[in-house]
Design a protein around this ligand. Structure first.
Ligand code: NAD
Length: 318
């Protein structure tokens, strides 16, 4: 397989590339990344000289460059996106450009070059909030933030390329990831690194919002599984089966790091903050995939990773 990974210098993309290079020594991987603030070559420092790995600094909106790279590969896993909800509320323009126009540019180039499989990596946030029960792949999309709306737009574009052009597209929608190499603006790495630095942790509102959490390696393995076993035109929900309130997560992190609740700082809630995300993942589980890590064991390992790798995150927080 000649695999193009977009956004491979980000959090999930870098974990995915490392997983694939270890598991499939005969695959070639091209990593196309613009290196925005969230793209960090340090995430792949250990494999940058691997003979089957190539890095190309490129914007997914640059049609000429994207077409050139697409002519050299046969499969695509598309992670590149603007991904932070708070930034999308401040200014959504980069989100519209990268998430919508960038995905369109990739789909169009994939069609021109006869790509055999295009996995579009999306999020549970496209479904919006749900008080009770869980969203299935067939439910309508009611996204709340500029981030999730642009991801929903990219999902619909990707699906339209399957319907209209028969491009072999698969869409995955995953819940909140955590693990090594996550930019320290996201909840778990922000809280862990703040506490290591002796700073308080900002909890939105009452901290009662609920998210399902998955260890990033379980997400990567799910994408690998779908890449090899999925069906063109299908959508697959991916979740860790670990729904937690934000305050529960906060207290667990405080506990692991031996800090007390005086380190919590309740801050004004995010506008349009979704109450609860929940996915029904029975479709993927019935095919034989399930997460391998428990939430508690993965959280312990994640906290330890940030404690052991200050070299990685200290400069990002300056
Ligand atoms: P991230 O922000 O850590 O990484 C995004 C990467 O995309 C960076 O390397 C960045 O440089 C690159 N990028 C951004 N704009 C680009 C452009 N125009 N051209 C080329 N590269 C560009 O994101 P992440 O958390 O690793 O998320 C990856 C994907 O997974 C996203 O599509 C996101 O919507 C989805 N997702 C994330 C989560 C999560 O919890 N993090 C959950 C479900 C789905």
């Amino acid at each position: 397989m000649k695999l193009l990974v977009t956004g491979g210098c980000g959090f999930i993309g870098s974990n995915f590339i490392r997983h694939m290079l270890n598991k499939y020594p005969d695959y070639e991987i091209v990593n196309l990344d613009k290196l925005t603030y969230a793209g960090n070559p340090d995430n792949l420092k250990d494999i940058e000289d691997h003979p089957a790995y190539y890095f190309v600094k490129c914007d997914i909106c640059d049609a000429a460059a994207v077409n050139n790279i697409m002519s050299k590969v046969d499969t695509v896993v598309h992670f590149a996106a603007e991904s932070h909800v708070d930034r999308s509320i401040e200014d959504g323009s980069a989100f519209v450009r990268t998430n919508v126009l960038g995905t369109y540019t990739l789909l169009d180039a994939a069609l021109k070059h006869g790509i055999k499989r295009f996995v579009h990596v999306s999020t549970d946030e496209v479904y919006g909030s749900i008080k009770e029960g869980s969203f299935k792949e067939t439910d309508i999309l009611t996204p709340s933030s500029p981030y999730s709306s642009t991801k929903a737009g990219s999902d619909l574009l990707a699906h339209s390329y399957f319907i209209t052009h028969k491009l072999p597209v698969i869409i995955t929608r995953c819940t909140n990831n955590f693990g090594p190499f996550q930019y320290p603006e996201k909840l778990i790495p922000l809280f862990v690194t703040n506490l290591i630095e002796g700073k308080r942790v900002p909890v939105y509102g009452t901290g009662m919002n609920v998210r399902d959490w998955i260890y990033v390696l379980d997400h990567c393995k799910a994408i690998d599984f779908i890449l090899h076993n999925g069906t063109d035109g299908e959508i697959y929900n991916i979740g860790g089966g670990a729904e937690k309130t934000n305050i529960e997560i906060t207290k667990k992190i405080l506990n692991i790091l031996g800090a007390d609740e005086s380190m919590i700082q309740y801050v004004r809630d995010r506008p349009g903050h979704d109450w609860r995300y929940s996915l029904d993942c029975s479709k993927l589980r019935s095919m034989g995939w399930k997460p391998e890590h428990t939430f508690e064991e993965a959280l312990d390992a994640t906290v330890k990773w940030y404690a052991d790798n200050e070299w990685w995150w200290k400069k990002l927080k300056q």
